[in-house]
Design a protein around this ligand. Sequence first.
Ligand SMILES: O=P(O)(O)OP(=O)(O)OP(=O)(O)OC[C@H]1O[C@@H](n2cnc3c(O)ncnc32)[C@H](O)[C@@H]1O
Ligand SMILES: [Mg+2]
Length: 174
Amino acid sequence: MIIAVGSTNPAKVNAVRETWQELVPDVTVLSASIPSGVRNQPFSDDETIQGAIHRARQAKKELNADVGIGLEGGVVETPFGLFLCNWSALADENDQCLIAGGARIPLPDQFRAPLHEGRELGPIMDEYSKQTGIRHHQGAIGVFTNGLVDRKEMLIHLCKILLGQYQFHKLKNG
Ligand SMILES: O=P(O)(O)OP(=O)(O)OP(=O)(O)OC[C@H]1O[C@@H](n2cnc3c(O)ncnc32)[C@H](O)[C@@H]1O
Ligand SMILES: [Mg+2]
């Protein structure tokens, strides 16, 4: 079975690889950089979900896979402040999509202006934490949880929710 991931970000690819290779026999995980079809920095749940779905379907198509997976990070305004959000989608053999949402965590108020001006969270996080490539490693969630939950671990949870739904639908519909 071939699984295609619509990103080359190691936090994303390794999350998919570790989840599927551990839980499903004879899986090959391929990855390719796939545009999300939405803004580089999605600004709502809807836009982030749309990006995840687009990446899942395109990855499946471009890599000629059985199943495609899209993982997308975004930000959402709430009455309690600006939050990081995480969404994922799995495109199955019939191109039907399963969706799963992940962790949310508040972002500092000072991030609001640069994000609204069109900057991406990745570089803002690098400046804030005085590190480089945060998005590829611990992620914002790792920084703001003191390293207790990193981006890959958070994405593994999403991948398990996708895989579990996929198995549930297979058992139900054959
Ligand atoms: O190569 P791709 O797959 O595009 O990976 P990415 O890191 O850009 O991730 P997304 O496109 O899913 O996320 C949209 C933006 O939000 C940023 N982002 C999302 N989650 C993040 C996190 O946990 N830490 C740092 N930046 C994050 C990301 O860097 C982008 O600027
Ligand atoms: Mg991106």
